[in-house]
Design a protein around this ligand. Structure first.
Ligand code: SF4
Ligand code: SF4
Length: 346
């Protein structure tokens, strides 16, 4: 016999999803997360840091996965405490999660915890990182090890150890399929950590995106990349202060501030999110071919630039020529004082 609930729509399930999805506020990450710095494609990180593609909106199922993973962290800490170790989830100074930050506060990370008295090396304080895995991912981790199987997690731990001064970490993997655990002790590797910090610095301070990991749009990593349309299809990035040629990340402070070079002012996060009439795309973010430039003969200042998309559409902010672009480009995109841009050349 077929049950009624199996043949009808599932309104409760739908309502759960709708509630979860309605609660979320998709937002760009203000800073470069230590948890993503190990991503394979630096170009994707650059686009993300510059808010070039829309903030991600997650389905109810994914939001539940995040929630379950978060709830399990307290349980994992208790498992470890039950072995006789001390586990600290909160920074006693702030009463919040241990936080690390670097490069003017533009890199940020939050530790799952620190632990001492661990069976592996009781006298040494360890960084602790918890990750839940599906069965396939868990088995791959067991077979290949952390660095090969989960390079992003390895990079996250190296970054956090580098910024806390800890020399050892404990990676606790949990199999959601059968509750199996796999615990890996990770040693700090100065060479790897330094390379990761250099990578982060380039993403934060460069004005041009790093090279593509592949020029082939069907490359496995590209097909699932949030920057795919911008990177391979010549879509225009979002229009906000981070995609504007005048903005740059201030690396002198520790708060992850952004500055508008035009107004010479720190720009608040809420303001950065908006589209302003003064917005001018950072040209390097556009993969249109630059095909023309007009320069004021008297001042030598660049007045306008023409761009052409691969399908032939031409776009020039100068008088007389309009492009068919959606959304409409910033007016006068090409009036770009290259020489006053951070890292720009005359
Ligand atoms: S589409 Fe490919 S090359 Fe472009 S940012 Fe994404 S992963 Fe990198
Ligand atoms: S010029 Fe306008 S859009 Fe550009 S960074 Fe300054 S305030 Fe933002």
């Amino acid at each position: 016999m077929t049950l009624i609930s199996e043949i009808t729509p599932q309104p409760t399930r739908t309502a759960i999803d709708e509630h979860l999805e309605g609660q979320q506020t998709p937002r760009h990450s203000n800073r470069l997360g230590g948890s993503v710095i190990g991503k394979k494609c630096s170009r994707e990180l650059f686009y993300g840091f510059r808010w070039a593609f829309p903030a991600e909106k997650f389905k109810g199922r994914i939001l539940r996965l995040f929630g379950v993973g978060h709830q399990l962290e307290a349980e994992f800490s208790n498992y470890i405490r039950n072995t006789g170790a001390n586990v600290y989830e909160l920074d006693p100074v702030t009463g919040k999660q241990f936080e690390v930050n670097a490069i003017g506060g533009h890199v940020v990370g939050f530790l799952d915890g620190k632990g001492i008295g661990l069976a592996e090396a009781p006298k040494q304080m360890h960084l602790i990182e918890y990750k839940t895995h599906n069965d396939k991912s868990f088995k791959d981790l067991v077979k290949k090890g952390l660095q090969v199987s989960k390079p992003e997690h390895y990079a996250q731990m190296q970054t956090y150890m580098h910024l806390t001064g800890l020399t050892c970490g404990l990676y606790v993997a949990y199999n959601k399929n059968d509750s199996d655990l796999h615990v890996i002790r990770v040693k700090y590797n100065n060479e790897d950590a330094t390379a990761l910090m250099a990578k982060a610095e380039r993403i934060i301070t460069d004005i041009a995106p790093p090279a593509k990991i592949s020029t082939d749009p069907s490359h496995f990593d590209c097909r699932f990349c949030k920057a795919f349309e911008i990177c391979h299809k010549q879509e225009l990035p979002e229009r906000n202060c981070r995609t504007c040629m005048h903005s740059y990340a201030d690396t002198m402070g520790d708060k992850g501030q952004w500055v508008c070079g035009k107004d010479k002012k720190v720009i608040a996060t809420a303001f950065q999110k908006q589209t302003h009439p003064c917005h001018r795309y950072l040209p390097q973010l556009l993969s249109w071919k630059q095909c023309d430039a007009k320069i004021d003969e008297d001042s030598g200042e660049l007045i306008s630039v023409g761009y052409q998309r691969d399908d032939g559409i031409f776009w020039d902010s100068g008088p007389g020529v309009e492009a068919e672009v959606t959304p409409p480009p910033s007016p006068e995109i090409a009036i770009m004082p290259w020489h006053v841009m951070p890292g720009g050349s005359s």
